[in-house]
Design a protein around this ligand. Structure first.
Ligand SMILES: Nc1ncnc2c1ncn2[C@@H]1O[C@H](COP(=O)(O)OP(=O)(O)OP(=O)(O)O)[C@@H](O)[C@H]1O
Ligand SMILES: [Mg+2]
Length: 269
């Protein structure tokens, strides 16, 4: 495997930048390993500006790892990521990232308004002053996700779905150009899911780019215009109509999918 990883590293270097220069987000030759086996292997992905892309794959497929490595939060063995043609680490202020909820420590005593304000820390003054203008922006983002009445509540005292809304509000307050969201709909009720998708579609309508790790195969066609199917390696990538098919899903999930989950299946209610 070591030789194979080295080969991937070499391939990562060989890939020409090509459309990565114009893409809102591009990953080239990304290989990440926590141990002897890679969690993400030689993955390329290209996200056009103004698109909404779902990253799909079974548990343990490396979806979160891919995002973290692209953001520089996890050191890859090989590969690189760019946003708007520049290394991601150079344009962090144009990128909002919402981690998978399970990975966040909810124990620290912080109010909703403070969590959202953290999204604005780059714009605070040298003394860390949080002026009226920024306060209004944080409050506006909280209102947009329907959490205005909870602004002063400790985040540890919110339900899972409410916490998810708060993290989305933090990303919104940042007013980024690229949104990387790790399972924004995990564990939320139908009303919250509708509220979140409305916010994301509004971002897209304003020309922003959204990439979301997504598990619910039944809503992919309705919510997203592009998909990346991942299972350590990239299985497929492209417009939903072309890349999200029974064949690519079977390749990504193996025998773990029921026929009813495949695109085109009629869902009995
Ligand atoms: N910090 C870590 N240390 C060691 N192994 C890890 C670590 N984080 C993830 N892994 C392993 O790497 C693989 C990919 O994990 P990752 O969290 O990226 O998967 P995922 O596709 O996001 O899964 P899920 O759908 O469950 O969120 C898994 O086998 C996981 O056990
Ligand atoms: Mg994950």
């Amino acid at each position: 495997m070591a030789a194979e990883l080295q080969l991937a590293a070499a391939e990562g270097r060989r890939v020409a930048p090509g459309d990565a220069e114009t893409a809102a987000f591009a990953v080239r030759g990304m290989t990440v390993s926590y141990g002897p086996k890679p969690a993400v292997f030689s993955v390329d992905m290209t996200v056009p500006e103004g698109s909404m892309t779902a990253v799909i794959g079974p548990n343990g497929a490396g979806k979160s790892t891919l995002l973290k490595a692209a953001l520089g939060l996890q050191t890859p063995l090989a590969g690189r990521a760019t946003a708007f043609g520049q290394p991601v680490t150079d344009v962090r202020d144009r990128i909002a990232y919402v981690p998978q909820r399970a990975s966040v420590d909810w124990g620290f005593p912080t109010r909703v308004i403070d969590v959202v304000a953290m999204g604005l820390y780059r714009e605070m003054g040298l003394l860390g002053r949080f002026g009226a203008r920024l306060k209004a922006r944080a409050a506006d983002a909280i209102a947009r996700v329907g959490m205005a009445e909870f602004a002063d509540r400790q985040i540890g005292q919110l339900s899972g779905g409410q916490q998810q809304r708060v993290f989305l509000a933090r990303a919104l307050a940042q007013d980024a150009d690229l949104y990387l969201l790790d399972e924004p709909f995990a564990g939320v009720d139908a009303a919250t899911e509708k509220a979140i998708i409305a916010v994301l579609k509004e971002l897209k309508a304003r020309g922003k780019t959204v990439v979301a790790v997504h598990h619910d195969l039944s809503t992919v066609t309705e919510y997203f215009d592009r998909v990346v199917l991942l299972n350590v390696r990239k299985i497929a990538e492209g417009a939903v109509g072309e890349a999200f098919t029974a064949d690519t899903l079977r390749a990504a999930y193996g025998g773990r999918l029921a026929a009813a989950d495949l695109p085109g299946a009629v869902h009995a209610i």
